[in-house]
Design a protein around this ligand. Sequence first.
Ligand code: CTP
Length: 403
Amino acid sequence: MRDYIDGIDGLHGRKIVLGVCGGIAAYKAAELVRVLKKMGADVCVALTGSGARFVSALTFQALSGNPVWTSLWDGQGAGGMAHIALGRGADAILVAPATADMLARLAQGRADDLLSTLCLARDCPLLVAPAMNRQMWERAATQRNVATLQGDGVTILGPAEGEQACGETGLGRMLEPDALAAALLAFFTPKLLAGRRVVLTAGPTFEAIDPVRGITNSSTGKMGYALAAACARAGAETVLVSGPVALPVPDGVCRIEVTSALRMRDAVLAALPGADVFIAVAAVADYRPATVDGHKIKKSGEPLRIELVPNPDILAEVAARPDAPFCVGFAAESRDLDAYAEGKRQSKRLPMLVGNLIADGLGGDENTAVIYDAEGRHPLPRAPKTFIARQIVEHLARLLPAA
Ligand code: CTP
């Protein structure tokens, strides 16, 4: 699970009813329960009769820690009203996998088993993740049902393209559990940055010395990626200019991969037109070798001197533009955080800067950060980087001039 992107607490306090239908993708629903639980959700599974032929109720019970509901007729202490009781207090019903048959029955408003009745009697949003053979998906009847459901306000997640259990390749695979969990989290996130374009930098830069060697630093990119994911979830069109890191692209984010500071600067300037916000999270190398050797440098036993020249300060350059977007800087300091961070905010003329002590956050999944703005300092409690990312988005959305 992509903790650094989706957060271990992102669904804390949410009650999710997971409807599982009879398709081979039902085995992935077991993993989905695990991921949703890890993100803090309370998960109750409603399993159809065909779903139970693929994965047993016991599996879902063990993973969710809750009783599994399988029949309209087992009241389970709900006064014979399982279809009402189970949906009450739920924040969403997610049907994953949703078979072609279930889509048809939901589109028609049928109520002939527990899951379809639950969906009809619900007072919360319904999301469905279709999973079926590609021809079943492409069939006009299925597409008609999907359009009907969309018209009724149901959110359709996927399907994805790829190899299918039947051996064919095409559209119809259920989205992976991580992607479904991320989509659910995005669904619940307030769209504080809707209509905004955000450009970010993340990760280290790599300044080549020769074709195989270079100068870099230990930035993992986790904070920048968590922040890009949070911006996208908050509804922003998000462009992430990233140095070399080993992280996948967050959902809804357009990533541009670069290596050196000069390439990062070029990519940022190209992405900037129309941007409302620029967030510089990257640990940009302050210096680069004055020359790059075309061939591998051979050892000679003698001391080797490499002349370094300063790199452009991307953030300062963007913030100094007459049409500058709302600029957010980062400062990682080893001491005197307040003085250095606020000093950087003022010298680069930034409306907002996030500071942290290197010992508190570099490389790990958690951080202790302080936001600095014109009003003063705003310490954030120690938390996972994903949680900090959300708070940064909320803070900048408050400071952002109206569109
Ligand atoms: N930054 C940038 N381009 C650079 C250097 C830094 O965009 N060439 C951005 C970083 O992404 C971060 C902020 O500027 O948002 C960091 O400020 P800076 O003063 O450059 O930090 P350090 O390089 O750590 O400075 P120092 O070594 O003086 O502490």
